[in-house]
Design a protein around this ligand. Structure first.
Ligand code: GSH
Length: 219
């Protein structure tokens, strides 16, 4: 178990586009942490140099806790959860399932992610899809339905209370919303619960106020 210092800083990309930044930011807000936020706008001439000055991995998000630097969104979530165990379900079976779907999200869904970049302020409209995209979407919905059915009793999120699994899927929730992907009632209710989460509302409001536009991510 680590104790977090009072000197927490999360380095993130643009809120409108940086899906990986959203994940630990939400988990940290859900844990009630106070942290400084530093935004490095993506796709600028100096973006890479600025990120590399903070982490040799050259990607955001990056957490700094005093002298400790942690990169990779899921590793940041795990680091925060060591001091805030309620970010994972208490039951060991549910916790294992939550970790599995969080890791599956971190490693997968490439076709969906490529075709539907996160763009929080996009006006919801459909885009043409392929078999591969539809297979990714179907697997996301399977995960949501299965988690809700087996572990969701205590609340409106995948494992009842809001957990890191929800933080990991939040950018997918936003994508499926803005690309207007049809879903059944269970998934629909879950999507709305995530979109209504107070921290998610704060992120979406801030994303909507950003002036930066990245043309290649405007599908
Ligand atoms: N696997 C990494 C992915 C991070 C990532 O791809 N971040 C993007 C922004 S969402 C980035 O830093 N792009 C800037 C660049 O590559 O120069 C994680 O989970 O944190």
């Amino acid at each position: 178990m680590n104790n977090l210092s009072n000197d927490l800083e999360l380095v993130i990309g643009n809120k409108n586009y940086s899906s990986w930044s959203l994940r630990p930011w939400l988990a940290m807000r859900a844990a009630g942490l106070n942290f400084a936020e530093s935004v490095i706008p993506l796709d600028h001439d100096d973006t890479k140099r600025r990120i590399l000055a903070r982490s040799p991995a050259g990607r955001v998000p990056i957490l700094r806790d005093g002298d400790v630097v942690v990169w990779e969104s899921l590793a940041i979530c795990e680091y925060i959860a060591e001091a805030n165990p309620a970010l994972w379900p208490e039951d060991a079976t549910a916790r294992a399932a939550a970790r599995a779907v969080a890791a599956e999200m971190h490693a997968g869904f490439m076709e969906l992610r490529k075709a539907m970049p996160m763009n929080c302020r996009r006006t919801p409209t459909k885009i043409p899809t392929t078999l591969e995209i539809n297979m990714d979407v179907a697997r996301v919905f399977d995960i949501w339905r299965d988690s809700r059915a087996r572990f969701g009793d205590g609340g409106e999120f995948l494992f009842g209370a809001f957990s890191i699994a929800d933080a990991m899927f939040a950018p997918i929730v936003s994508r499926l919303h803005v690309y207007d992907v049809d879903m059944d009632a269970v998934c629909d209710v879950y999507r709305d619960a995530v979109l209504r989460h107070p921290a998610m509302c704060d992120w979406l409001d801030a994303a909507g106020s950003e002036a930066w536009v990245i043309d290649r991510l405007e599908v």
